[in-house]
Structures are given as C-alpha cells and as structure tokens.
Design a protein around this ligand. Structure first.
Ligand SMILES: [Zn+2]
Length: 319
C-alpha cells in the first residue's frame, strides 16, 4: 500500500512538474516580446557626438558576390578604406524587403516589429520605433531625411519619424538627384542624417536574374556604383570642412534566379554591409545582421535610450 501511494505521489508529482514546465513555456510565448525592464524612458545625448552626421545608402537586392572591382569599382575601393565590412551580413529569416528594411531601421528582429511581408500589416513601430524616432523625439537640432525608390519604406515606416521624406515612387536617378539637392544645396533642408534607398537592382534581379553573370543586373549595379561614388565624394568634401560623417552602405537581401524568398540559400540570406569612417575603430570580429545598423547609428550620434537598449536585438559595431 505504502509503495503504491509513493508511486502514485510520484506520478502526481511528475504530472505536476510537466504541467509546470508547459505553463512556463506557454508563459514565455505569452509574455509580450517588448517586455523588458528599463529604469525610465529618458534619453541621454552626448554633446560631443550629437553633431556627428550619417549617410545611409540602401541598395535593394545586392548580392555579395557582385561586389567586385569590375562591377562596382568605387564600392570595391570604398570597401578597402577604414571600414567595418561584412559580405556575409545576415538577413532576417523572412527574406522579403519589408521585414529587412524594418529591422535595419528599428534594430529589432521581425518577431518584434512584426513586419512579415511587404504589406506591413500588423507592424508594431510604435512599440519598436525606428532610430530616427529616437533622434527626432530628443534632439531638435538634427535634420533627418529619407529618399526612397520603394515608397512603402517612407509611407509605412519613416514618414512620421523624419523631417523630410519623398512620398511617391521615384526612380533611382531621382533618388540620386534628390540626395544631391539635399547634400549640395540644403534643399529643402540641410540633412544631418540621410537615408537613401535604391531599388532598381532588385527590379533587375526579378526581371532578368540576380547574378554577377547577368548583364542587366551588372549594368544596374554598375550605375548605382556611380551614384555611390558621387555621394561619398560629397561626404569626403564635407569632411574637409570639419563635418564628422559616417557612411553606411547596406542591402536588405541578396537573390538567386529571379527571386529572394529562400533563407536557406546563402546567395539570398547573405548580403552586403559596410560602415566607413576615416578614424573610427570598428568591432571587426563581430558578425553583423540587420538589427545592428540602428544601434550603430545611435551610438555614433551619442544618443542613448534605456528603452531602446532594453528592446533592441542588435549591437553597435563601433568600438
Ligand atoms: Zn528588397
């Protein structure tokens, strides 16, 4: 009888523990992902860094093995400067454009910002704001701007967070011209943080194939290389006048065949990320992913938020 009771107790104990673990696991899933404890949501601004400036050049669908001296002579030379360079920069598991640009801009993975496709339905940017939002809400002096070919980036993510943004779909050449107008003529504002997005490489990939062996893909990338050359030359000139700029070049995914939907394909899930600055030390051993760009920008500007630090998934690549 005694043995039987113990046995029964053991079974009850076992069942109880199983239920407890199930409860724990289900709890984990039910806890809002943004749940993290931070002291307050105040933001500290480093007065020594806040005048720093950032140019972010987004190139949609840039396959890493297309970054060559022949196809992209300027970007190749640029990648030999004092840079953080990762040609195995990891996409989100969801390799659409929407989730990846969202992760680049928010510093959190797609399970948090909740953008799982290009519709942006269900996005949680109020819970997980973009780095522009942290800047604009806390530093009045900074002028921010976003010029994009693929207009959902502005319409769905950035329009509320930047001082100036384009509101309709424009070609890559118009993105370039708008950028020149901002950087050279301060028209309509003098940008301190400028985000650009070129989309025609992705379109060439979808129409003709994502490959360094496809002429249309190569010619489009070669043309974007000329834009990047001109833009970085302008930044180099501004540096001569004492402005402290960091340049970032990043893509949202690679591609293979006519698409970029398969995370298991290395040509798709690995893409390009370069951060360049004349004298900055970078964490060269770090293997970057999409969520590292936002913390890197905020770190460079000396903007530190306990809310952001609590919820971010990425890390700054600056030493
Ligand atoms: Zn894309």
């Amino acid at each position: 009888m005694y043995v039987y009771i113990m046995h029964k107790k053991n079974i009850i104990y076992f069942i109880f523990m199983m239920m407890f673990f199930v409860f724990l696991n289900s709890c984990e899933k039910d806890i809002p992902i943004n749940f993290c404890s931070f002291q307050d949501d105040s933001v500290k601004v480093d007065s020594l860094k806040i005048n720093n400036k950032v140019l972010i050049i987004g190139i949609d669908g840039f396959r890493s093995d297309a970054l060559t001296q022949e196809i992209t002579p300027f970007i190749y030379e640029f990648s030999q400067r004092n840079v953080y360079l990762n040609l195995s920069h990891l996409t989100e598991e969801d390799t659409y454009s929407g989730p990846n640009w969202s992760s680049i801009l928010t510093g959190v993975h797609y399970n948090k910002h909740n953008v799982t496709d290009n519709s942006f339905d269900g996005s949680l940017f109020e819970m997980f704001p973009t780095f522009f939002n942290y800047i604009e809400n806390n530093v009045n002096s900074i002028n921010t701007s976003s010029i994009v070919n693929w207009v959902p980036i502005n319409k769905k993510i950035l329009s509320r967070d930047v001082d100036y943004n384009t509101e309709s779909q424009i070609s890559d050449s118009l993105v370039f011209i708008e950028a020149l107008n901002l950087l050279l003529n301060d028209d309509p504002i003098k940008p301190d943080i400028l985000f650009l997005h070129f989309d025609e490489l992705d379109a060439a990939g979808h129409n003709f194939g994502f490959s360094p062996n496809i002429i249309e893909y190569v010619e489009t990338l070669n043309n974007i290389d000329l834009y990047v050359d001109s833009l970085v030359s302008i930044i180099d000139n501004k540096r001569l006048f004492g402005e402290n700029w960091m340049c970032i070049l990043v893509s949202d995914h690679g591609g293979d065949g006519y698409s970029h939907g398969d995370y298991n394909n290395i040509k798709i899930r690995e893409t390009v990320f370069i951060a360049e600055h004349p004298s900055q030390n970078f964490k060269l051993q770090h293997k970057s992913n999409m969520t590292d760009i936002a913390p890197t920008v905020l770190d460079f500007l000396g903007v530190s938020s306990s809310k952001f630090d609590c919820s971010r998934d990425g890390q700054s690549i600056l030493e």
